[in-house]
Write a protein of this length. Sequence first.
Length: 293
Amino acid sequence: MNDLIETDTPDDIPSDAPLPPGLYIVATPIGNLGDLSPRAASILSRAETIAVEDSRVTAKLLNRIGVKRAMTPYHDHNADKVRPGLIERMGRSAVALVSDAGTPLISDPGYKLVRDARAAGHDVTTIPGPCAAIAALTLAGLPTDRFFFLGFLPSKEKARADAIAEVAAIRATLIFYESGPRLGAMLAALHDSLGNRDAAVVREITKTYEEAVTGTLSALAERYAEQGPKGEIVVVVGPPGEAPVASAADADALLIEALKRLPAAKAAGEVAKATGLPRRDLYVRATALKGED
Ligand code: SAM
């Protein structure tokens, strides 16, 4: 086991001393306030400026640790305007960056602040902690040796299908953020493009109704087709199988037979179910086969 390391990071100085100037990236809880680390609480109580996404959300957290401090909004809509001022301030005082929940910069604003802070020669320190993507990965029961984080998929159907197709061949577990109302359509799109992989819908992590529902993409798409669940959601999808479930020749034979009875889209759906191959690819092949008639 590794020994715990005595650090000489700036926050090791006595808790009543001011922090050295610089940027402090502070992870905050994703539900359970007990997950705020002592180090994160210490930084937030000593930073001169706290840059936040939504001051109402962060006020609750600061209230919990007894910190009263003016907050500087830093979000997608004002970041370009506010950033130069924050960069200037961190040259002479400590600026902490938090997001509404979890790790800043992960599907949240912040990377340009880090980039510009470095360019200006300021110290940048991270205070790591909760992140929904990583927490979901630990609950999904899917391979963790290689994983690929995609955040939120586009909501428009074509853009979403294109984004999924782009990663279909990657031999890694895939992690997505999603909302309840979009979940059914998203799972159906994943099934269409990736085939019938194992997956998990992980919800409300660290909160009262935390759950991880596991199953194949087709079973999960069916389960959530009518109504998405409430709360915050991460979808985790296992990597493609080692070998294709059926060969291209097998798929062609099945498609040719199905096309005698069904239009191309339905034939592709039927063969996808039978073989586990992606319905999107089968549809393209089915239309090509129809053209060869
Ligand atoms: N920076 C955050 C992090 O480190 O996880 C993510 C911010 S992103 C704007 C918010 C999304 O993260 C939610 O829509 C949801 O998909 C996911 N999320 C956040 N908290 C969650 C929780 N407690 N359980 C499940 N998913 C969560």
